[in-house]
Design a protein around this ligand. Sequence first.
Ligand SMILES: Cc1cc2nc3c(=O)[nH]c(=O)nc-3n(C[C@H](O)[C@H](O)[C@H](O)COP(=O)(O)OP(=O)(O)OC[C@H]3O[C@@H](n4cnc5c(N)ncnc54)[C@H](O)[C@@H]3O)c2cc1C
Ligand code: SF4
Length: 356
Amino acid sequence: MEPRLDSRSVGRSDGMLRLPSFRYLQPTTLSEALRMKSDAGPEGTYVAGGTDLYPNMKRRQQEPKTVISLMGVPELKATERRNDGTVGTVLSAGLTLSELSVLPSFRRRYPAVVQAATLVSTPLLRNMGTLGGNLCLDTRCNYYDQTYEWRKAIDFCMKKDGHICWVAPSSPRCWAVTSSDLAPVMVALGAQYLLAGAAGERVVPAARFYHNDGINYLTKQPDEVLVEVRLPPLAAPGAWDAVYHKLRRRGSFDFPVLGVAAWVRWEGEGGGDRVADARVVLGGVASWPQEIPEVATALRGSTLAPEAIAAAADAAYRPAKPMDNTDFDLSWRKQMTRVYVTRALTELAHRRNTTT
Ligand SMILES: Cc1cc2nc3c(=O)[nH]c(=O)nc-3n(C[C@H](O)[C@H](O)[C@H](O)COP(=O)(O)OP(=O)(O)OC[C@H]3O[C@@H](n4cnc5c(N)ncnc54)[C@H](O)[C@@H]3O)c2cc1C
Ligand code: SF4
């Protein structure tokens, strides 16, 4: 007798997972996309490259009945505009990560963004995955990024289909972690996002786009589309600088279990020797890109000498509280915060010393 599969069974004996059936729509303008989302209601969702959404749908972590592709929307199409006013460079959300990495002159002007984009997964995924999809990436957890059968065997969890958090069973919230490589960089740089929704357009600072909640991890409304990312201008060469460092098991493939984005603005017009301001933002340790304000306090007025870097790394280590829901031992990951913040700030100090 054939084994009976209930309607939600997704696995085959060879381990392949199948997409459920859904309606696929291809709007050709932004207003058409917004109208389609409004018609589809909560059961509709946007897709760009699909490298996050489709695997999630195969595992029934997300079950939209209507999927609205943003890839044919001209307002999101692959462009980089330079603007020397208050906004430095404007990046369309539809740029693929590969396109982002090879934009003319962009590598030289925003190396931290390029660094983060080229550290995402593999070339194949970077050819499909977009900037917008990366910045809206679902949060991750070892108890959630599993097949439907696996999750069913543990009676699911709060993030989807269940009631309990297996990472912190007495917790009223989900602790799934932000795993985007670009999100901490955008927060560190002070980028701004242009959103378009049924209620019109609005611009939000990257830092306010994220919530520290594994389920409601974005502050955007479900109907809102991320249209573009506005990067701050390079006021003068050397006035500010930023780097991104990533910890993961396999250098060629994996999501970050720790990401460190570090940004420094130097004193004076053309960039002096001392730090006027700094931001260190951690990925992979909380449900949002976590800024550590104590680092700025430790660095302001310093020359980024080793003692100041050690004080800043210590300041970042204390509030970093990774949970036991991604790769590697929890306490080792916390120790690595100090190491990776030291490396990132040392690289910035080195770059400063070699350009002056
Ligand atoms: C094996 C594997 C390894 C990976 N490794 C990494 C990694 O190391 N680092 C990393 O950061 N990511 C990684 N990813 C995740 C993913 O590939 C990238 O983050 C990619 O950039 C996502 O972009 P996308 O266009 O494919 O997103 P999609 O899957 O199309 O969308 C992701 C989410 O964003 C929403 N969305 C997309 N675009 C918009 C928009 N413009 N406005 C509003 N909402 C939008 C979608 O509705 C969906 O909820 C990995 C994925 C896989 C499968
Ligand atoms: S942190 Fe808890 S609720 Fe969130 S996905 Fe993991 S197990 Fe589920």
